[in-house]
Ligand binder design. Structure first.
Ligand SMILES: [Zn+2]
Length: 301
């Protein structure tokens, strides 16, 4: 009998030690998108974007777009950064074709965590793929968690001023999901501490109040960059290329350049929400700019 094809079998959770902390990245979901141009590099030509793709041995006309929340166990508390798509495509007709359903809870379960184990949920920003898994059927998915929002981000959605056309549905969604959680939430500024060892870093641009998070334990450091970079080639090698889903294009470019310099100079280990799974690695300076270097075994020693 011929061997039958079994389909994809790929890792979906990745746990590692970082000083006295443990961290884990979880593949909530992934989709295939048309692109790369003009989703990336609308301020460049399609030929330039496709040439950059070929240079990196990736398809010039479509891309894989994963969603990867990070969980940090400080030894005292379990802190989850972003929650993926959750039940959004099941609960909202207009999202059905646009995003896959999230698998965060199931995959946390495979790694030994129950929803009620999560103590703190940090929302890096308010886009659907980051807040979608907070509630299902109107109920909080993580029943014991408290929430942390960037104050600027929360205020932007709540005030509902200057929201661009493409984000109007997002604004309604944010208020539906997040406003009922406000009494269990704290609202922080760049530089504030979430819990000992975890501090916010301004990364505004992709969204008005996007925050990165700097994690430090026993001298080991890493940065959760969230959506500062949304593609490991486009955002890193060509930070000046616009990304269609960046709400403030110029500010997003400035933030990418500032963050790339910091990450490369400080040799900071990075966890990034939309990089290829497990979404962890480094930024290296090259002769012409920067490149993403995936983790190999450095953290396992
Ligand atoms: Zn995102």
């Amino acid at each position: 009998m011929p061997a039958s094809l079994q389909g994809e079998l790929q890792p979906t959770v990745y746990r590692f030690k970082l000083g006295g902390f443990e961290a884990m990245t979880v593949l909530d979901s992934k989709g295939i998108r048309e692109g790369l141009h003009p989703l990336y590099g609308a301020n460049a030509t399609a030929e330039e974007v496709q040439a950059q793709a070929r240079l990196n041995n990736i398809d010039p006309n479509k891309l894989e777009h994963p969603n990867i929340p990070t969980l940090v166990n400080t030894g005292k508390e379990l802190v989850l950064f972003d929650v993926g798509n959750g039940a959004l495509p099941r609960e909202y007709e207009q999202l059905k074709a646009r995003m896959p359903a999230g698998n965060l809870v199931a995959r946390l379960g495979q790694a030994g965590y129950k929803p009620e184990d999560i103590d703190v949920i940090v929302l890096t920003h308010g886009h659907p793929d980051h807040i979608g898994g907070l509630v299902e059927g109107g109920k909080p998915v993580f029943p014991k968690a408290r929430y942390v929002f960037g104050a600027a981000e929360y205020d932007f959605w709540k005030k509902n001023e200057g929201v661009r056309e493409a984000r109007k549905f997002n604004q309604k969604l944010f208020m539906t999901i997040c406003e009922p959680l406000a009494d269990r939430s704290t609202f922080i500024k760049p530089g504030d501490e979430v819990v000992p060892g975890i501090r916010s870093v301004d990364a505004a641009g992709h969204s008005p109040g996007l925050m990165a998070y700097h994690i430090e334990s026993e001298g080991k450091r890493f940065m959760i960059t969230a959506d500062t970079f949304t593609h490991y080639v486009m955002g890193v090698q060509k930070p000046e290329w616009h990304f269609d889903m960046d709400d403030d294009k110029d500010n997003a470019v400035a933030t990418r350049k500032r963050m790339l310099d910091m990450l490369a100079t400080d040799k900071l280990f990075v966890a990034s929400f939309h990089m290829p799974f497990p979404g962890i690695g480094w930024i290296d300076k090259t002769a012409s700019g920067y490149r993403w270097v995936p983790h190999s075994y450095q953290l396992n020693l």
